[in-house]
Design a protein around this ligand. Structure first.
Ligand code: ADP
Length: 446
């Protein structure tokens, strides 16, 4: 097992990884930017190293500074967390060349699943359901028009190297498709350095359902069932829950097996998520694979009892997964609410600044993953998420009641957060019934 790990991230996920390291008897080295120098979790680190000024490009995204810190601290491995460098194959490669284990997939596996066209090809071979659409990259307008008329409008043009919701265009007829193809290729080339685009069927009403998977370096892969992440705003997830309400369990099991096959085919070691959209007939279509631990991973930890962060550290150290598919089962229901420092009453404008009041919820079935407390100043430089309130109970009904009770307890001020929005959502009968689509929240808030 590793002796010492560097955590190339900040905030709640840095603390989450630090806790896993300490429980495994591993020393944790944190890196931080000048904007994070007062972050309380740095006191828990075995060593903390400043890697530069506030802007991410000068610190958390700066590969040479992070590798320098890793060498100074003489670590065996680097955990990238999520965001920042976590999905950069070049970073995984540089770690390998520096003889530092990257806690995540090899650069080859990351490239194979991170490129959307390549990923679709691998998915097709693994019999994972994908959207009808082009087999690979689109060469010209006529080819696109032919495929679109075969699958039917609307269609969506996507960049193979795209990410973060960028580089996508929805086309509702042939004229729009023809004008958008060339523009999409040019835009993709400028934004991602790769002009490859493809088209697929566009689903108007869908739920976002994703499968958590884990692979090791010995050719084993398992799935840890699904999460429903349909409560979103501008493609940003706000609430995630598991199991997905009302979805056929047989279909979920099939989907899970397919997702595990997919990462196995890519020789993938570590935690990954295979994301799908599901239509009203419970047909699934793969969106993409996230080749890292996700914000919402604790939802799955609560229903399966498996510690995903510890498992990913173990497999990176070369250990086989300690469980088989038949050992994994679902217990109860879990819900996560992301606590963002944003004002939901004013178009979610950022609300950074000093937290004077922080009285968190607690008690049975409540887990709070956060790095903040009273006296913490939320820096304006980074993502607005400051924590995650997680609930576990026997059934969805009970979990919702426990969530309501927890939201009533939780007090934060004077900064604004998304917590009051969740309180209002709990009174919404559609949300309570379960199964709303990915545009529901935006329609409801209008
Ligand atoms: P990115 O990597 O940029 O996040 P995704 O492929 O994951 O791109 O798509 C981002 C979002 O766009 C999805 O969460 C979904 O809301 C929407 N989307 C993508 N593809 C489709 C599709 N075929 N039909 C309907 N919505 C889609």
């Amino acid at each position: 097992m590793f002796r010492r790990v560097l955590i190339a991230n900040r905030g709640e996920i840095a603390l989450r990884i630090l806790r896993a390291c300490h429980e495994m008897g591993i020393e944790a080295v944190c890196v931080y930017s000048e904007a994070d120098r007062d972050a309380p979790y740095l006191r828990l680190a075995d060593r903390a190293i400043c890697i530069g000024p506030g802007p991410s490009k000068d610190s958390y995204l700066n590969i040479s500074r992070i590798i320098a810190a890793a060498e100074i601290a003489d670590v065996d491995a680097i955990h990238p967390g999520y965001g920042f460098l976590s999905e950069r194959a070049d970073f995984s490669q540089i770690c390998r060349e520096s003889k530092i284990e990257f806690i995540g997939p090899s650069p080859e596996a990351m490239r194979k699943l991170g490129d959307k066209v390549e990923c679709k090809r691998t998915a097709r071979a693994a019999k994972v359901p994908i959207f009808p659409g082009s087999e690979g990259e689109i060469e010209d307008e006529d080819e696109a028009a032919q495929i679109a008329s075969d699958i039917g409008y609307p269609v969506i043009i996507k960049a193979s190297a795209g990410g973060g919701g960028r580089g996508m265009r929805v086309c509702r007829n042939e004229a729009s498709l023809r004008t958008n193809i060339r523009a999409a290729q040019q835009e993709a080339l400028a934004a991602f350095g790769n002009g490859a685009v493809f088209i697929e069927k566009f689903l108007e009403h869908a739920r976002h359902i994703e499968v958590q998977v884990l692979g090791d370096k010995h050719g084993h892969a398992v799935h840890l069932f699904e999460r429903d992440c349909s409560i979103q705003r501008r493609h940003q997830k706000l609430i995630e829950e598991a199991p997905a309400p009302g979805v056929d369990r047989k279909k979920i099991a099939q989907l899970g097996e397919g997702a595990a096959r997919l990462i196995k085919q890519a020789d993938y070691a570590g935690a990954a998520t295979v994301e799908f959209l599901m239509d009203a007939n419970q047909q699934f279509y793969m969106l993409e694979v996230n080749t890292r631990v996700q914000v919402e991973h604790p939802v799955t930890e609560l229903i399966t009892g498996i510690d995903i962060v510890k498992a990913s550290i173990s497999v990176a150290a070369g250990e086989p997964l300690g469980f088989k598919q038949k050992d994994i089962s679902v217990t109860g229901h879990a819900i996560e609410c992301r606590i963002n420092a944003e004002d939901p009453d004013h178009d979610f404008r950022p609300s950074a600044g000093l937290i004077e009041t922080w009285r968190p919820a607690g008690g049975p079935g409540v887990r709070l993953d956060t790095h903040v407390s009273a006296g913490y100043r939320v820096p304006p430089n980074y993502d607005s998420m400051i924590g995650k309130l997680l609930i576990h109970d026997d059934s969805r009904e009970e979990a919702l009641a426990r969530l309501g009770r927890s939201l009533n307890e939780f007090e934060v001020g004077p900064i604004k957060t998304t917590l009051p929005l969740y309180q209002r959502l709990l009174d919404n009968s559609d949300f309570r019934a379960g199964g709303v689509d990915i545009h529901y929240l935006e329609r409801w808030m209008k």
